[in-house]
Design a protein around this ligand. Structure first.
Ligand SMILES: [Zn+2]
Ligand SMILES: [Zn+2]
Length: 342
């Protein structure tokens, strides 16, 4: 029997179409195995080509005598420009703002062939610390209202360069999707006097059926009303509204949980294209009791079609409980050891 489930957070309904339920294996991407070289002469992100990118924002390690492990640069084809001021203009119903913002690229590794799923946990922790640093630096800019950190892996997920990298876009406005979610979370807080995410995470950890994996400080789970197959969310167990508040111990645990989850998806589902995004409260809500940041990992296993575009509702053909069980069972220790030398 198909059923409709409501997302506790967005209030959007999802059709869980068990009639057309497919086994998780049937959705696997089966991407043709290709050998990716560790260095590509023409790649602007490969070591030795640093002059082909705009001047560096920062690198790790900071000592410029050593080769870099992670590098941050402005996006050469930036969506927004930090040279502009966010001047607002309203004429009749036409509202405009000059395109101020920051658009940065975080190059994950000097190795062109590497993949975050198989980097050592310590290296992923280094990348996450750099996310945090850039997040905090840009958050204090009064012109910035919201920061999105994300990764596009694979062409169908929007990656235009193969060299592994993540991106950060700081905008002068709060996106309406974020605003809507903040309102819903605030409404719950006002009604019940608790953070809806803390409540949900606590119950899910107790229930176990939708948990993909759990670390000391983070848990990766399928939502009860998951909109797309294997969309997995990683929540901090401690209440925090802003990603900027993550501490070093938590960074180490998030690195392990996120990296293991990515490896499970890579191994279990045939390296599908995917996006992940850090969903944090805007800076002025950093201390909010009603919001709780998290990371969404969205494998691109199905396409958005007419019904989704027309209604905003999704049809998910994989039961969230089945997806969680599948991910729990994928063994990645061997694959991780094999890839850890990169
Ligand atoms: Zn490269
Ligand atoms: Zn919370």
């Amino acid at each position: 029997m198909p059923e409709l489930r409501q997302n506790f957070f967005t209030k959007e309904w999802v059709i869980i179409a068990t009639e057309r339920a497919r086994r998780p294996e049937e959705l696997a991407a089966h991407r043709a195995a290709e050998t990716v070289p560790a260095f590509v002469d023409t790649c602007p992100f490969c070591p030795g080509n640093e002059h082909k990118t705009p001047p560096e924002v920062m690198r790790s390690p900071r000592n410029s005598g050593e080769p870099w492990a992670v590098r941050v640069i402005p996006n050469k084809f930036a969506a927004l420009s930090s040279e502009l001021q966010p001047t607002r203009n309203l004429q009749h119903l036409r509202r405009r703002i000059d395109g101020f913002g920051f658009h940065e690229v975080i190059i994950d590794s000097p190795d062109h062939s590497s993949c975050m799923a198989f980097l050592p946990d310590g290296h992923v922790a280094n990348i996450l610390s750099i996310y945090r640093e850039r997040y905090k630096v840009l958050s204090v800019d009064r012109r910035v209202n919201h920061i999105t950190i994300f990764k596009n892996h694979g062409a169908d997920a929007g990656a235009s360069l193969q060299h592994p990298h993540s991106q950060l876009i700081a905008t002068p406005v709060i996106p309406s999707q974020v605003r809507h979610r903040l309102f819903e979370a605030l409404r719950h807080y006002d009604d019940v006097g608790e953070c809806m995410f803390c409540h949900m995470v606590e119950r899910e950890v107790e229930d176990q059926t939708r948990i993909a994996l759990k670390g000391e400080h983070f848990v990766a789970l399928e939502e009860f009303a998951s909109a797309t197959p294997f969309a997995t969310h990683v929540f901090p167990l401690r209440h925090m509204a802003s990603f900027g508040d993550i501490n070093d111990l938590e960074i180490a645990d998030l690195a392990h949980v996120l990296r293991t989850l990515l490896a499970k998806i890579h191994v279990g589902l045939g390296n599908p294209d995917l996006n992940f995004t850090v969903r944090s409260a805007p800076a002025e809500y950093a201390a909010a009791k009603h919001f709780h940041w998290y990371v969404s990992v969205i494998p691109r296993l199905t396409r958005v079609a007419g019904f989704e575009l027309g209604s905003g509702m999704f049809i998910n053909s994989v039961l969230p409980e089945a997806a969680a069980e599948f991910l729990r069972k994928v063994e990645v220790d061997k694959a991780v050891t094999a890839g850890a030398g990169q």
